[in-house]
Design a protein around this ligand. Structure first.
Ligand code: SF4
Ligand code: FES
Length: 344
């Protein structure tokens, strides 16, 4: 085990854990953002650099600081390590630079992009971005491509995080999709636009942190924040069948995997569940889904209420009103409680 501090908070994790995952165990604002690392895909990370942190002390044995900022998703912890994320002005400045680089070729088309409201780059640019661009040269643009009848590739928005390539490598049987060329010519391609036609290809849509890969069955149907996300399941022979239905009234507008608080799907779903069951009667609906607080879609939705906690809270309020207790005594209901109860 290794004991380290991240922004002054101590945490103990197994040897070999990355700084990013150690920070995720603490949770909250000190968790570095991640645009290319994806916990349920192997070998991801090390591409986007938004997760940079400062290692102010390498370890208890060798307390020298690391000479440069490091990618927290790829750097293992050491006993006695001291890490700075939001407490380091250098890190915040570097992250601003990374976001500016990612936005060099990325179009500012959030008003018409289906990913708006659940886009990691949109969130990051609100937190770290400049309101104007210093880039004066012509931007890279590409024609949109249909990858089969269900997925649209809009390469102009791609930040080359490689997550979709890892999905193609690790979840599907025949990989016909990857990154062609290098440097400013690099692009996601399916070799002569061959359709990605296999049972798990739709997961590329869920892992894409921007709107480069979108669901053709949902495109332009609704802004995500006007939909109601509901946990639902069905018996499926190919996957767990556990999904989120994005509903408007009784209509199922789209089906996605369930993302955790870091926006990552833990159980990938098959294309049949994703694209072919848009009827509410095909599903057993479990209840409203809590969406992570970073996103506008977390707003204005009913939460799953823990009735035991609610009863305790009512009793506590009554005791307070009768003068028997101070309001700060005992536990109140918090959104975090609901959120944690509702992940899965
Ligand atoms: S298409 Fe999306 S998931 Fe694939 S590399 Fe580009 S940004 Fe990443
Ligand atoms: S998340 Fe670490 S480099 Fe992208």
């Amino acid at each position: 085990m290794a004991k380290l501090t991240i922004d002054g908070i101590e945490v103990e994790v197994p040897d070999g854990t990355t700084i990013l995952n150690a920070a995720r165990q603490i949770g909250g604002k000190i968790v570095p953002p991640a645009m290319c690392y994806y916990s349920s895909l192997k070998e991801t990370g090390g591409k986007c650099r938004v997760c940079l942190v400062k290692v102010a002390q390498g370890s208890a044995k060798d307390p020298r600081p690391m000479p440069k900022l490091v990618a927290s998703c790829r750097t293992p912890v050491a006993d006695g390590m001291v890490v700075q994320n939001i407490t380091s002005p250098d890190v915040l400045e570097a992250r601003k630079g990374v976001v500016e680089m990612l936005l060099i070729n990325h179009p500012l088309d959030c008003p018409i992009c289906d990913q708006a409201g659940e886009c990691d780059l949109q969130n990051l640019s609100y937190e770290h971005g400049l309101s104007t661009s210093r880039y004066e040269f012509e931007r890279r643009t590409f024609e949109k491509i249909d990858i089969g009848d269900k997925i649209k590739l809009h390469m102009t928005r791609c930040i080359l995080c490689y997550r979709c390539v890892f999905v193609a490598n690790q979840l599907t049987k025949e990989r016909v999709h990857g990154v062609l060329d290098r440097g400013d010519r690099a692009e996601i391609s399916t070799y002569i636009q061959k359709a990605v036609d296999n049972d798990f290809s739709g997961n590329m849509i869920d892992v894409c942190p921007v709107g480069a890969l979108t669901d053709r069955t949902f495109r332009f149907k609704s802004r995500v924040w006007f939909t109601k996300p509901m946990d639902a399941h069905r018996n499926c022979s190919k996957c767990s069948g556990k999904v989120v239905l994005w509903m408007k009234g009784d209509d199922v507008l789209r089906v996605t995997g369930r993302k955790d608080q870091h926006g990552e799907v833990k159980e990938f779903i098959c294309n049949e569940c994703r694209f072919e069951h848009k009827n509410i009667n095909d599903w057993t609906v479990e209840g409203p889904r809590h969406i992570d607080h970073h996103s506008v879609i977390s707003q204005n939705h009913y939460e799953k209420i823990d009735l035991i906690k609610l009863k305790k809270e009512v009793e506590r309020q009554l005791e307070f009103q009768s003068g028997k207790k101070h309001l700060t005594e005992g536990n109140g209901l918090t959104q975090t409680d609901n959120h944690e109860n509702n992940q899965g």
